[in-house]
Design a protein around this ligand. Structure first.
Ligand code: AMP
Length: 119
């Protein structure tokens, strides 16, 4: 697959502050935040998109969800956040290295965040 900016970030080739990291993933702030809290959970493994994940990735995908909950907690939004995965160009994906968006604002009942992410 083609390398992406997230491949370079996860490999440490582009200096980036990690809000969290472990052997499987890193968490960074989104460069163009669409909500007061907007961070990205990026697996070190460069899976291009969710629909290309394999059975072997099951544990990794579960891990990313667990990390999402922990990081949201650390950021003080543990009981009010939205998790988004854009899949494919038609799904609004722009960086073809799987990542999860954690989004949180004062009021997660509104649909504006979801609309913003499907640009
Ligand atoms: P998606 O549209 O789901 O592929 O999301 C890609 C996200 O990556 C967008 O929200 C961008 O703002 C964000 N982004 C792109 N480049 C960087 C970067 N160098 N550091 C942090 N976030 C980035």
């Amino acid at each position: 697959m083609t390398d992406t900016i997230f491949g370079k970030i996860t490999r440490g080739e582009i200096p980036t502050d990690f809000l969290y990291e472990d052997e499987l993933c890193v968490v960074i702030k989104d460069l163009y935040p669409q909500a007061p809290t907007h961070v990205l959970i990026i697996p070190r493994k460069p899976i291009p998109m969710l629909s290309e994940a394999a059975e072997d990735d099951q544990a990794l995908l579960g891990h990313l969800l667990i990390v999402a909950g922990k990081v949201a907690d650390q950021l003080g939004v543990g009981d009010a956040f939205r998790l988004v995965i854009n899949n494919g160009e038609g799904g609004g994906q722009t960086v073809f290295h799987l990542h999860l968006h954690i989004l949180a604002s004062g009021d997660m009942k509104e649909g504006d965040l979801a609309a913003g992410l499907s640009r």
